[in-house]
Design a protein around this ligand. Structure first.
Ligand code: FHN
Length: 474
């Protein structure tokens, strides 16, 4: 009798295991969960309507904060007196720091001045709608409370607190989407080593080698971390990076994409999960369909709009992602605001970076620039949020354009000297035009098949970018 009961229990468990997608990724390989049928390379059953619904908030958001924060904020760009023009979060690579020595930075990582509410407020006041923070960068250190690895902020530093729990909670409280960056490249994981002239095998390096037979174990490790990140913090986006390793394949990317979506079906995943990205241009190659929901240009803005393609340009505010105390090559507020407008006018999102210090503070120059963006967005945000790319077929000489419903927003960078703004035709007639800052005061205009001529004030209301609204007819 006892034996029959045991056999029955085993069968029941097996049946349950094959049905539930969250048990382990392997199950999805053999028994795709009911919701996710094989449909295309991403092997996720999704209609266009479902995808549009999943991407809606992200497409409307247009502007987010990237946060590169980790142990590299301790040396802050200097190691044994050596400095570099290279990016700060790569110090383990350019200073050739072996793992055991790099780990020593953890003892000095104690961000007692960190305040989650301040971080989120700085982003929110700048007009940002989502936050993407580095849960684990190439150095392999987890800045969240990981149960999968002891190389994390709770077990390996004197801080012993989980700032990510606080940040996720605060983001929710202040109405911003909370998202994670996660590096596939891991300079700390024993499965990988460096084989390059003059480099310590355990230091950082652009490429690592995978020890024979260690890849499956590393993928299991990554999936365990991704499961705890998704289960414990409920991120809206997974922003992968470090995928350029030759031991990482597009098939691995598809499997990881499917695994992450099986844990949270409406999550959004960038194209650095697989091998689609074309270097820093960031958009996916077109020789086949690659895994990922959006392209990721880095430190650059595509020359033209990319109809039908979701993309997001990520950029530093100075020349480094991770904090470097001597990097003062800050972009001006004008450059940052005009980048945001340029990107939105081409149908993209702008992910603008901050690199907090090891004390847990966002550098003051970053705060000042974000405040300036916020001032502009409080007046002109409607000309950015929920807009689509410029309807004009050519680049406007005086600035950029975005559109939403019956409105076209002209973002004027170069104010016309003669008090008349000449706008080329785009096939639509307008019924009214006015300054974003003064909707009641209609501007005089004349229009013909050659375009529009608008009478504007002698001086630009906003020298960085003045928004003029065009209300189109039908
Ligand atoms: O190597 C990283 C770099 O440190 C930084 O995280 C950027 C941000 O997009 N991505 C990689 C370089 O492409």
């Amino acid at each position: 009798m006892k034996r029959q009961v045991t056999i029955l229990i085993i069968f029941a468990t097996l049946a349950l295991w094959s049905l539930s997608p969250v048990v382990s990724s392997q199950s999805t390989a053999h028994h795709p969960p009911a919701k996710l049928n094989v449909k295309d390379e991403n092997e996720v059953d999704e209609t266009k309507a479902h995808r549009d619904e999943r991407m809606r908030w992200w497409r409307e958001a247009r502007f987010g904060m990237f946060i590169h924060w980790g142990l590299y904020a301790v040396p802050a760009g200097e190691y044994k007196g050596q400095r570099s023009t290279r990016i700060g979060e790569w110090i383990m690579e350019w200073a050739n720091i072996p793992r055991v020595d790099y780990e020593k930075f953890a003892a000095q990582f104690n961000p007692v001045k960190f305040n989650a509410a301040d971080f989120v407020r700085v982003a929110k006041d700048a007009g940002m709608k989502y936050i993407v923070i580095t849960s684990k960068h190439h150095d392999g250190f987890a800045i969240y409370d990981s149960k999968v690895s002891s190389y994390d902020i709770v077990d390996f530093t004197p801080y012993r607190r989980d700032p990510i729990k606080e940040l996720a909670r605060e983001a929710k409280k202040q109405g911003l989407k909370f998202c994670f960056y996660y590096s596939i490249l891991d300079w700390h994981h024993p499965s990988q080593y460096v084989d390059a002239p003059g480099k310590d095998p355990t230091a950082g390096n652009r490429t690592t080698k995978m020890k024979p037979g260690a890849k499956a174990e590393y993928i299991t490790y990554m999936k365990a971390q991704l499961r705890e990140l998704i289960t414990n913090y409920d991120p809206a986006v997974l922003w992968f990076d470090g995928e350029w390793q030759d031991w990482w394949t597009e098939e691995d990317g598809q499997d990881l994409y499917r695994f992450v979506r099986s844990l949270k079906p409406d999550i959004i995943i960038n194209n650095r999960v697989g091998k689609g990205r074309q270097g820093m241009a960031g958009l996916s190659k077109t020789d086949r369909k690659y895994s990922g929901d959006f392209g990721t240009p880095e430190q650059q803005i595509p020359a033209n709009g990319l109809p039908g393609i979701d993309w997001e340009s990520c950029m530093t505010m100075n020349t480094t992602w991770g904090y470097k105390f001597y990097d003062d090559q800050w972009k001006s507020p004008q450059t940052i605001i005009r980048n945001l407008i340029d990107i939105a006018s081409k149908g993209g999102n702008y992910l603008l970076n901050v690199g907090p210090t090891s004390e847990g503070l966002i550098p003051q120059p970053s705060i000042e620039r974000l405040a300036a963006v916020g001032t502009w967005m409080r007046t002109n945000g409607d000309a950015i949020y929920g807009t689509t790319a410029s309807p004009f077929t050519t680049q406007l000489s005086f600035g950029r354009a975005t559109s939403k419903g019956q409105r076209v927003y002209l973002h004027v960078f170069d104010w016309p000297a003669g008090g008349k703004l000449q706008v080329p035709s785009w096939g639509k007639a307008i019924k009214r035009t006015y300054l974003m800052t003064n909707p009641r005061a209609a501007l005089k205009f004349s229009q013909s098949e050659n375009g529009l001529s608008i009478d504007v004030p002698a001086a630009a209301p906003d020298p960085i970018a003045t928004v003029i609204v065009l209300e189109t007819r039908g």
